[in-house]
Design a protein around this ligand. Sequence first.
Ligand code: MLT
Length: 413
Amino acid sequence: MATINEHYLKLQSGYLFPEIARRVTNYCQSHPDAKVIKMGIGDVTRPLPRAIIDAMHAAVEEMSTSHSFRGYGPEQGYPFLRDAIRDNCYRERNIDIESDEIFISDGSKCDSGNLLDVFGTDNTIAVLDPVYPVYVDTNVMVGRTGDAGANGQYEGLVYLPVNAENNFQPALPNGRVDLIYLCYPNNPTGTVATREMLKTWVDYAHKNQSIIFFDAAYEAFVSDPEIPRSIYEVEGAKEVAIELRSFSKNAGFTGVRCAFTVIPKQLMGHTSDGSPQAIHPLWNRRHCTKFNGVSYPVQRGAAASFSPEGRQQIAELITFYMNNARLLREGLKAAGIEVYGGVNAPYVWLKTPDDLSSWDFFDLLLNESQIVGTPGSGFGASGEGYFRLSAFNSLENTEEAIHRIKSRLADSP
Ligand code: MLT
């Protein structure tokens, strides 16, 4: 008899985004002429920058002759990409990260789940609430939680609420936790962490021998020079933090797939007898055993994002999306809606009008304005009463969405 991993049976309903897609599909089937504007999942809409396309074309051509053809590449990533990341993402900001501390992968979502392979199941986990659901669900899947309670929160996880009342600044956990997930710029709230705030977390991690998973997938959207783009800008972070980064949102790779994880060599976990053990060789072992690397043309494309043309074209993409974020913020505010985020992040987080629940507001926007957003409660109990809109859309759709929301609110009694 083949048994199953019963921890999967603890998972709450469907993963958030497929559930949204299901409701949208149902709506579109019964309203085939509706022009639905999708601002739910943070999926990019602009084409890949030309510098990246050209590099990928050239790499595909290399595959066409026997002298330049490549089979398996290094599992950890080609040196040309690891070096480019080291130089452009770190050394340029005076952060000392070595190329062999950078592991190329097919996505931060996968990395954040896969990382759990090298950590014990007895670790206590802290997440912000609301939170990117992958952090929670992957811990449920490996058995690091109990069952979910009535509010959807899993027994055994430490939830740190972030909301307008605490200015989206999580309090440190009461007591010790072993693994801490931080995502900044934050998904879903679009808020950012100051250097002082990150320093508080790094100090906490040192004091408690904890490890921080720092998801910086949206760092490219930070325009305020005072806001750190890497946790390694904070002194002491290399001893306590893993950083996850992605080409998805800045370079438009959501469909192409390329990301990386930084595991500094001095980052230590512990064996059950309390002996320190470096995480780097464990992750290297895991990566080489379960992963065969990102394809060569994709890595060439990713590396081209650091060329002068690539950087310029990516800067234009970011300006484009952040202009949408600004329009959304301003438009929603003008409609009398309380808005957060959207300044150094491509997500706008809003308080639902008339105290509607997040899903009620989702249904209202879909049914009456044909706009799809993401219900805040889908990211956790503290997201109830909030709603996320993504700036990853065309200018035309963004303007049209604002127009529809304003007219809808003007019509409401
Ligand atoms: C989101 O909408 O939260 C993201 O697109 C999800 C992801 O990057 O996996």
